[in-house]
Design a binder for this molecule. Structure first.
Ligand code: ADP
Ligand code: ZN
Length: 633
C-alpha cells in the first residue's frame, strides 16, 4: 500500500484521536491562567509606587519584567483616588494580589527597603521552556510506550517521524468501496461473492453448517487492486474493515509486533462480522529460518507465530474473515498456506485490453470528458499498466487539461499523460515496446499452437502477452484434462515440443532469438534429462536409471555430482541423448510451425491486438481458418 492510500484510509474511528491527549495539559494550563488573572489586580506602575510610598505593599516578587506581590487594601481611596480603588478587587480585610509591569527604576530597591517590604527576586516562569524541557519529553515517552505496546492506536512515529515502529491498526466502520468501483477482474469478484454473502448473513451459513474459508490470499503485482478488492468485500457486506501492513512490522521493538497482531484480532472480534486485511503479508510472513542460524528467534518470527496462533484460535463462525495481499507468494512461510489458514488464493493479473478499458470507464466517471475521447484507444496504448497506473493516468490528464484552462479533458491530454507516465514507468517496471510485444506475441502463439497441434498435450486455457509474475513476459496456460500420476513417453515428447514452441516461433517469424525462452529451455532440458536418466526412455541407454529423483537434480541440471555412480563415458552418452531428444523436438516443432505459418500469424496478430485469448477466442481463431487440428506423432 502506498503512502497516498494510507493517508486516505480514515483514522481510527473507534478511538480518541491523538490530539485529545494534548488537549488535557492545555486545558489545565488555560484554567490556571484564568484563575490567576481573576485573582490578580493589574496596577499601573505609578499606582504601585503610590501604594509603596503609602506603606500598603507588604510583599513583592521582582521578576525580569513584572512585579507581583501582596497589598493591604486599607483606605485605598485615600491613596489612589476613588475610581482606581474601586477597580481593585480586594476583600475588605486581609491582603490581595497585585501585578504590575516593571519599568526601569534604579531607586526601587532602596524604596522597598525604606518601606520595610519583604521582597525577593524571581526568575521569570518560562512556560515555553518548561514545556520543552519537561512536559513534551514526558508526554512523548508516555505516548511511545502506550503507542507501541498498548491498545491506544496512537502512533508517535507517524506524527513525529520517529522511525518505522508504527504498525498500526487502521479501522474503518465502512469502506465506502463497492464492487462497482472495481473493473476488469470479474473472476476475482465472483470468487469473493461467497464471502460477502457470508458476512452479510452469517447466521444462515452457520445454521447450514457451511464451511467458509478463514483466510484468502490475494496475489498480484502492485497496483492491481488488491487493497481495493479487500475494501470492496467489506463495503459490499457492510462490515468494518481492519487493516494493517506487514511492512510496518519491520524494525519494531521486540514483542510489539505480536502485541499488534493480538490487538488486531481482538478489535475485529469485538466488531464482528468484520474483515481483517493484512497488506504486504510477505514482509511479516517470510519463510522462517531464511536468515540462517544467526537470526534466531527474532521479532519477525514472533509476529508471524502470533499471526498463526490467532488464525488457528478463532472460528470463522464468529464472522471474521482475513484477507491478505502479497506480490511474492513464493517467499511466504508454508505454514501460512496450510488448510485453515490462507488456503484460498485469488490471482489478480495486470488487466488486458478490455480490462483496461473498463477500468478507464470507472475512473473517468469523475472527470468531464470531451466528446471524441476514445477510451479503447487509450487502453490500447497502455499495455502493461495496472489499475493504479490507469487511475493515475486519468488524474494526470485531468490536471493537464485544467492547467490549460480547458473545460473538459481531451484525447490529446490523455496522449500527453501517457507519454509522461510511460517514460516514468519504463524506468520502474516494464512497458513493452512494439518490437518486444511482437516477439512475445509470436513466442506465446508458438507455445499455444504447438499445444493445440499435439495429441498428448494439455489443452490451452488462456494465452496472454500481459506480464505475469517477475520472470515471464507472457504466458500460455494449459488446462490438464485430469490429474496426472503417470506420464507416457508420447506425453513427455509432446511436452518437450510445447516448451520449444515459443523459441521456434521466434526463429521462424522474427528471424532472431531473444532471451525470453530461457525458462522454457531449462524446463525442456530438465524434462529430457529425466527421460534419459530416470525413466529409461532413451534408446541408446535403455532401461538403466542413473539418478534418483531429487529436487536438486532438477534445479541444477548438469551439475556434476560428486561420485557419480556411472562412468565418464555414460555421462557423455547421457549428455548426447539429452541433446538428441531436444534436437528432434526442435525439428518436429519447426516442421509444424512452418506448415501452419498462417495460423501462427493469425494467433500472434490476435494477441498483439487483444493481448489475452481465452479458450473461446482460441477456438474461433483455430476454426476460423478451417484449419482442423492435426495429430502429429
Ligand atoms: P494494490 O493493493 O494491489 O497495490 P490498490 O488496491 O492499492 O493496489 O490500487 C490502487 C488504486 O488503483 C486503487 O485505489 C484504484 O484507484 C486503482 N485500481 C487498481 N485496480 C483497479 C481496478 N481493477 N479497477 C479500478 N481501479 C483500480
Ligand atoms: Zn515461453
Amino acid at each position: 500500500m502506498d503512502k497516498k492510500k494510507r493517508a486516505e484510509s480514515a483514522p481510527n474511528a473507534f478511538r480518541l484521536p491523538f490530539w485529545y491527549w494534548l488537549l488535557i495539559p492545555a486545558a489545565i494550563w488555560l484554567a490556571q491562567i484564568v484563575a490567576d488573572a481573576s485573582r490578580t489586580n493589574l496596577l499601573a506602575y505609578s499606582e504601585f509606587k503610590q501604594l509603596l510610598h503609602a506603606g500598603r505593599i507588604t510583599d513583592a516578587r521582582l521578576a525580569q519584567d513584572t512585579i507581583t506581590g501582596m497589598l493591604k487594601p486599607d483606605q485605598l481611596e485615600a491613596v489612589l483616588g476613588g475610581e482606581a480603588a474601586k477597580r481593585l478587587k480586594c476583600p475588605p480585610q486581609g491582603q490581595c494580589h497585585f501585578q504590575t509591569v516593571r519599568v526601569a527604576d534604579p531607586s526601587l530597591v532602596q524604596e522597598l527597603e525604606a518601606s520595610n517590604v519583604h521582597f525577593l527576586g524571581e526568575l521569570k516562569t518560562d512556560w515555553v521552556g518548561y514545556l520543552l524541557t519537561w512536559v513534551i519529553p514526558l508526554l512523548l515517552l508516555y505516548l511511545m510506550f502506550k503507542g507501541a505496546g498498548g491498545r491506544s492506536g496512537i502512533s508517535p512515529g507517524s506524527l513525529f517521524g520517529i522511525g518505522k515502529s508504527t504498525a498500526r491498526v487502521y479501522a474503518q466502520s465502512t469502506t465506502g468501496v463497492s464492487f462497482e468501483d472495481i473493473a476488469g477482474i470479474d473472476e476475482a469478484k465472483g470468487e469473493l461473492m461467497e464471502i460477502v454473502e457470508f458476512l452479510k448473513n452469517p447466521d444462515r451459513y452457520r445454521r447450514l453448517g457451511g464451511k467458509i474459508p478463514k483466510g484468502v490470499l490475494i496475489v498480484g503485482a502492485p497496483g492491481t487492486g488488491k487493497t481495493l478488492l479487500a475494501k470492496a468485500v467489506a463495503g459490499e457486506a457492510g462490515v468494518p474493515f481492519f487493516s494493517i501492513s506487514g511492512s510496518e512490522f519491520v524494525e519494531m521493538f521486540v514483542g510489539v509486533g505480536a502485541a499488534r497482531v493480538r490487538d488486531l484480532f481482538a478489535q475485529a472480534a469485538e466488531k464482528a462480522p468484520a474483515i481483517i486485511f493484512i497488506d504486504e503479508l510477505d514482509a511479516l510472513g517470510r519463510a522462517r529460518g531464511v536468515g540462517g542460524a544467526l537470526s534466531g528467534y527474532n521479532e519477525q518470527e514472533q509476529t508471524l507465530n502470533q499471526l498463526l496462533v490467532e488464525m488457528d484460535g478463532f472460528d470463522t463462525n464468529n464472522g471474521v474473515i482475513i484477507l491478505a495481499a502479497t506480490n511474492r507468494p513464493e517467499i511466504l512461510d508454508p505454514a501460512l498456506l496450510r488448510p485453515g489458514r490462507f488456503d484460498r488464493h485469488i490471482a489478480l493479473d495486470r488487466p488486458d485490453l478490455k480490462g483496461r478499458q473498463q477500468i478507464l470507464v470507472v475512473h473517468t466517471k469523475k472527470v468531464k470528458l470531451a466528446t471524441g475521447v476514445d477510451l479503447e484507444e487509450i487502453a490500447a496504448r497502455t499495455a502493461g499498466f495496472a489499475g493504479a497506473e490507469l487511475a493515475n493516468l486519468v488524474n494526470e490528464a485531468a490536471l493537464l487539461a485544467a492547467r490549460q484552462g480547458k473545460a473538459s479533458v481531451e484525447q490529446g491530454d490523455f496522449d500527453e499523460a501517457i507519454d509522461r507516465l510511460v517514460a516514468g514507468l519504463e524506468r520502474k517496471t516494464r512497458v513493452m515496446s512494439p518490437v518486444e510485444k511482437r516477439t512475445v506475441a509470436y513466442h506465446e502463439a508458438g507455445h499455444a499452437l504447438i499445444a493445440e497441434s499435439r495429441g498428448h498435450a494439455d489443452r490451452v486455457a488462456k494465452v496472454s502477452i500481459i506480464p505475469r509474475g517477475i520472470g515471464a513476459l507472457g504466458y500460455t496456460q494449459q488446462q490438464p484434462t485430469e490429474d496426472r500420476y503417470l506420464m507416457t513417453k508420447s506425453e513427455l515428447l509432446d511436452r518437450l515440443d510445447v516448451f520449444l514452441g515459443g523459441r521456434v516461433a521466434e526463429e521462424i517469424a522474427i528471424g532472431d532469438l531473444s532471451t525470453g525462452a530461457q525458462n522454457d529451455l531449462q524446463l525442456a532440458t530438465d524434462t529430457a534429462r529425466h527421460m534419459v536418466t530416470q525413466y529409461g526412455m532413451s534408446d541408446s541407454l535403455g532401461l538403466a536409471t542413473f539418478e534418483a529423483p531429487s529436487a536438486a537434480s532438477s534445479t541444477y541440471p548438469g551439475m556434476p555430482g560428486e561420485g557419480k555412480p556411472y562412468s565418464e563415458l555414460t555421462s557423455q552418452t547421457i549428455d548426447a541423448e539429452i541433446i538428441r531428444l531436444l534436437e528432434a523436438a526442435h525439428a518436429r516443432v519447426r516442421e509444424t510451425l512452418t506448415a501452419r505459418r498462417s495460423l501462427l500469424d493469425t494467433l500472434a496478430q490476435a494477441l498483439m491486438e487483444r493481448e489475452t485469448l481465452d479458450r473461446q477466442a482460441l477456438n474461433l481463431l483455430l476454426k476460423g481458418r478451417g484449419d482442423t487440428i492435426r495429430r502429429v506423432q
